[in-house]
Design a protein around this ligand. Structure first.
Ligand code: MN
Length: 204
């Protein structure tokens, strides 16, 4: 089931548990040009909560509390972008986090296909539709197709994490993954601080 929260915040009494899958939709992929529009969340129970933000104020205290709650692990696929968007528009640094794209890159070294669609197809035999990916997320209210697409991006992250964790342990890379997840919020902060196109670990 998909719960749609129009121009608002998460409900006061909603408990999504200790591991929450999160994704967001924006007007585009350029950080400062393209505003944050929608944040999708799931506890892994098959339900998705879609928060369409009020872009005049980005006033969503319950969402911000969840993003920064040290007892709640936030699951993303390419969290670097979502975390930077949240830092820019909501003013909070999301932590602690897990990223299924980083896990995939560390575990699935036999391929360079680490998009959510590819990873979900291989590890879960689930075919995700990307038809609504580039639609107008700034519209006053979301269409049924947009809601279904937005929900589908968070409904499989818990299962993906389980599969990827098994592979990371098998390949002896869990410690490396954990260290990368701990650094990820700071990588996103570096993007916002002006090091977006610059790898500070590179020689040049
Ligand atoms: Mn998405």
């Amino acid at each position: 089931m998909t719960h749609y929260l129009h121009k608002g915040d998460l409900p006061d009494d909603l408990d999504l548990g200790s591991v929450v899958a999160i994704d967001s939709e924006t007007m585009g992929l350029r950080l400062r040009r393209d505003p944050l529009c929608v944040v999708q969340l799931s506890s892994g129970d098959g339900n998705a909560h879609l928060v369409q933000l009020d872009r005049t104020a980005y006033d969503a205290p319950n969402l911000k509390r969840l993003l920064t709650d040290p007892k709640v692990l936030k699951l993303f696929h390419f969290g670097r972008f979502d975390i930077a968007m949240f830092l820019l528009h909501l003013g909070v640094l999301t932590a602690p986090v897990y990223c299924t794209k980083i896990a995939s890159k560390l575990a699935r070294t036999y391929t360079d296909r680490h998009g959510l669609k590819d990873v979900t197809r291989e590890l879960l035999q689930v075919e995700l539709s990307k038809a609504q990916q580039s639609s107008d997320w700034g519209a006053d209210s979301l269409s049924n197709d947009q809601m279904a697409y937005a929900a589908s991006d968070v409904l499989h992250l818990h299962a993906l994490r389980t599969r990827l964790d098994t592979m990371l342990v098998r390949e002896g890379r869990m410690d490396l993954a954990t260290a990368c997840f701990a650094f990820l919020p700071h990588r996103a902060a570096l993007d916002l601080a002006g090091w977006e196109d610059n790898d500070i670990f590179a020689h040049m």
